[in-house]
Write a protein that binds this ligand. Structure first.
Ligand code: AMP
Length: 210
């Protein structure tokens, strides 16, 4: 299964991707997580990406295309993968298509900007493995500690309200057109965000079976 998860920042792509990768036994590839690790480790890519990320802007397409083409060639991608947060622009989608990479489905998680603004304040991520939590909706077993790896849970710098607003603008302008791109290829499936994580997972699995 080769899957793309689309949706605004905070729609729950990361959370759903983690659940789906356990269920479907395929890796999740999150460019956001790859970039955050690069920033943390001070790599050349991280140094290039940091200012864009802190401002809630998109990292240049050529950086993302480089990251993704390398990552998809790794062994664990042989049986499929879930792309979380990529592609995010038409140029990225076109580059992926040009590289001969095909998909079984593109699932767009639909959610209002208002709900996202309410939600982002409670989001926490593991600074070691990137797993995401929410203080109310998806709390860790122990406050501030990642269930998966024991890493420290932190609030993302780009989850500040002003930055979330500009990330939403970027989403509507740059990423939303991808729905039309993939609908034209008969790959687009839309799922309404549900009131619980489990219900959204069930809705995604249902459209994938259809
Ligand atoms: P995310 O964790 O997916 O919300 O990504 C966090 C930040 O990383 C974004 O706001 C962008 O600055 C950058 N980023 C992640 N994925 C991409 C992408 N596919 N294209 C451009 N920038 C990206």
């Amino acid at each position: 299964m080769k899957l793309i998860l689309l949706g605004a920042p905070g729609a729950g792509k990361g959370t759903q991707a983690e659940i789906l990768c356990d269920r479907l036994h395929i890796p999740t590839i999150s460019t956001g997580n790859i970039l955050r690790a690069a920033v943390k480790n001070g790599t050349p890519t991280g140094l290039k990406a940091k200012a864009f990320m802190d401002a809630g802007k998109l990292v240049p397409d050529e950086v993302i295309i480089g990251i993704i083409s390398e990552r998809l060639q790794e062994d664990d991608c042989k049986n499929g993968y879930i792309l979380d947060g990529v592609p995010r622009t038409l140029a990225q989608a076109e580059a992926i298509e040009k590289a001969g990479i095909t998909f079984d489905a593109v699932v767009s998680i639909e959610i209002s900007d208002e709900t996202i603004m309410e939600r982002m304040g409670g989001r926490r991520v593991c600074e070691s493995c990137g797993a995401s939590y929410h203080v109310v909706a998806v709390p860790p077993k122990q406050e501030g500690v990642c269930d998966r790896c024991g890493g420290k849970l932190v609030q993302r710098k780009d989850d500040a309200p002003e930055t979330v607003k500009s990330r939403l603008d970027v989403y509507h302008q740059e990423t939303e057109p991808l729905k039309v791109f993939y609908a034209k290829r008969n790959l687009l499936k839309t799922v309404e965000n549900q009131s619980t994580v489990e219900a959204t997972t069930a809705a995604i699995l249902k459209v994938l079976e259809a």
